[in-house]
Write a protein that binds this ligand. Sequence first.
Ligand SMILES: NC(=O)c1ccc[n+]([C@@H]2O[C@H](COP(=O)([O-])OP(=O)(O)OC[C@H]3O[C@@H](n4cnc5c(N)ncnc54)[C@H](OP(=O)(O)O)[C@@H]3O)[C@@H](O)[C@H]2O)c1
Length: 399
Amino acid sequence: MALQAASLVPAAFSIPKEGRSGVSLRDSSLLGISFPDHLKIDFSSSTLRSKRGFKQRVGAVRAQTIATTTPAVNRAAPEGKKTLRKGSVIVTGASSGLGLATAKALAETGKWHVIMACRDFLKAERAAKSAGIAKENYNIMHLDLASLDSVRQFVDNFRRSGRPLDVLVCNAAVYYPTAKEPTFTAEGFEQSVGTNHLGHFLLSRLLLDDLNKSDYPSRRLIIVGSITGNTNTLAGNVPPKANLGDLRGLAGGLNGLNSSSMIDGADFDGAKAYKDSKVCNMLTMQEFHRRYHEETGITFASLYPGCIATTGLFREHIPLFRTLFPPFQKYITKGYVSEDEAGERLAQVVSDPSLTKSGVYWSWNRASASFENQLSQEASDTQKARKVWEISEKLVGLA
Ligand SMILES: NC(=O)c1ccc[n+]([C@@H]2O[C@H](COP(=O)([O-])OP(=O)(O)OC[C@H]3O[C@@H](n4cnc5c(N)ncnc54)[C@H](OP(=O)(O)O)[C@@H]3O)[C@@H](O)[C@H]2O)c1
């Protein structure tokens, strides 16, 4: 294993071009190469539609047609002073890494109240304090995505809090690249897909109603993706590659007993399970877009924030990997981004008026400019997205 990690640097030198396979690395490595600048750059900020025909709950009529020009107004503001109220955003996994940096970036603007949805309350509180997030700009609510009961409890608690929901960021994730055996969530799903995909799937499905009720100008549901799930990239071609196959393992419940713990029905592989879960995240975002964007006007988006080689995501990796990975990304692939920079990127997807286009997978070029990136064939397969959606809703008890 140590040798595999050590082989990262020289092997990567021999790869001429992103998107070409023939890479002999096995991992878990999240190489995170930046996309070349010539890839499609489109800042088209499609205006939000005024259609509000959301079937389940139709809220009060809103005189809102174009999101970026029609701010929600704080009616309690002093006469003559109409101010945009603070946005209210839930960020899952805000206790470290990208989630924490995003919470910080949003809170610092003074325009957002961040609900840090975390499984470890004390850790989250300490993290918020040490990041210097002002008390009035956040609160912490318990959420364990590895338990569907906890997800439902979180949604109940959030609703009881009386806060509006303007943006939901599904960011939390686990990654077990060296695990020999699968571990399972409370409901018995393999841990990576259970947490990263199924937990977020239930959360976002339940909170869609809340997003739809918000009167904020631009309501968004963001599911963090990854380059590693995209086999049209160099990083996505590092074995084991993401591959959902015919979804037989997912359909069987990923329980490792009467079905495989892997989505494609194969033997357990922790690194692949993470990549598969990221494909599910990106497919889910697109399926949300197809099903709900027209009728709700909500923006659905995913992103690859860059390779944030220092985060806790790599905590389960071998020490040598954790030592070599950040300098490798910084100096060899140049795909490295700091946690702060990645947090600014995700905060942009939350709040930038020019990023309201729905159904987009955002990336950033070397000049840190955002662009609409291409997803791999599998990560943009509409049939597969629909099947993943339908199976997932059965697994989480929505169908
Ligand atoms: N790092 C990268 O290079 C990279 C690249 C592409 C995409 N991403 C994506 O970025 C996102 C954030 O990852 P990161 O790099 O910031 O990793 P990280 O520092 O490990 O953050 C992951 C967060 O998820 C939380 N979490 C894990 N299991 C949870 C559960 N069952 N319930 C609730 N929260 C849970 C963790 O909570 P604890 O603090 O309690 O452990 C932590 O706050 C992930 O979606 C990842 O796929 C990362």
